[in-house]
Design a protein around this ligand. Structure first.
Ligand SMILES: [Mn+2]
Length: 288
């Protein structure tokens, strides 16, 4: 709609998008400094928000309209260095939590996850992180950079003990000790284990932060990401595990990262629908 501030989610009317009454706060972190192949994750938040204008705001599965809780999109975190971006991301999420709002962070490359996880780890004791990704992300350093998007899980394990990874199908040999410490459901296991969703839920503590690297999806469903990997999960796989976690655990925040817009509509729309549907699951849960 011409003239409307583009930084809203779902093209919401001001009464649902204003900060004061919104239960949900979205923070764009359009950061892309360390990605190694396809560049453009800094364009992810705007593409997701633009696509969100075309969502139908009634969620059929839960029979709910989660937008009525209010969804405010904050000004973006803009930083030139990884250190500054992580600090500002942590501060922005802490401010939302202090105001009692549910944080949703829109990336950006995967390294944006560290600040929000730190903020949630200081707010919730015994926090788990559920990590959806094609990649292990457990390198200690990549291309001589410890802040690389390939190091995210290694870094967040400094503030959170329990990380559960789902969808992994590409990693470096140096990551083996780290994946052996954690619960990892590989993409191949999603295909063949009927019980994988229960296993994921069982391994999570009560409070859970979820980080969703969109390359967890098969590139046939979501091609617009910087480092696509074949053999990925489908929409119903991802939404199935998110629904179970929303119902059985307390989700305290989540991020959606590594959308690298390629000019087509399906990927940004999938990212927007994923964000909205997950919020519908979370807010329909009696635990919320
Ligand atoms: Mn990845």
């Amino acid at each position: 709609m011409a003239g409307r501030n583009t930084r809203t989610f779902g093209d919401l009317e001001p009464e649902y998008a204003a900060y004061a009454d919104a239960a949900i706060g979205m923070i764009p972190i359009p950061f892309d400094k360390t990605t190694t192949w396809g560049k453009g994750a800094d364009k992810g938040p705007d593409a997701l928000l633009e696509a969100s204008k075309y969502l139908e705001l009634y969620d059929m599965e839960t029979g709910s309209e989660v937008y009525k809780n209010g969804i405010h999109v904050a000004g973006p975190v803009e930083a030139d260095t990884s250190e500054a971006m992580i600090e500002q991301g942590e501060a922005a999420v802490k401010a939302l939590l202090a105001d009692g709002k549910f944080p949703v962070i829109l990336g950006g490359e995967h390294s944006i996850t560290e600040g929000p996880v730190r903020a949630c780890a200081s707010a919730y004791r015994d926090l788990s992180v559920l990590h959806l990704d094609a990649h292990g992300d457990r390198r200690e350093s990549y291309e001589d950079n410890p802040y690389s998007h390939a190091c995210t899980v290694h870094r967040i394990k400094q503030s959170v003990e329990n990380v559960v990874s789902v969808g992994i199908r590409s990693m470096d040999a140096s990551e083996l000790p780290s994946v052996r410490e954690d619960t990892v459901i590989y993409a191949s296991e999603v295909r063949r284990l009927a019980t994988w969703v229960d296993e994921v839920v069982d391994e999570l503590t009560d409070a859970v932060y979820v980080t969703i690297d969109l390359d967890v999806f098969d590139p046939s469903e979501l091609p617009a990401t910087g480092t696509p990997e074949p053999g990925g999960l489908g929409w119903y796989d991802v939404m199935g595990v998110l629904k179970a976690v929303a119902r059985k655990r307390r989700v305290v925040g989540f991020d959606v990262v590594e959308l690298c817009p390629d000019g087509s509509r399906p990927s940004p729309y999938l990212a927007a629908k994923l964000t909205y549907t997950f919020l519908s699951y979370i807010f329909a849960s009696p635990l919320q």
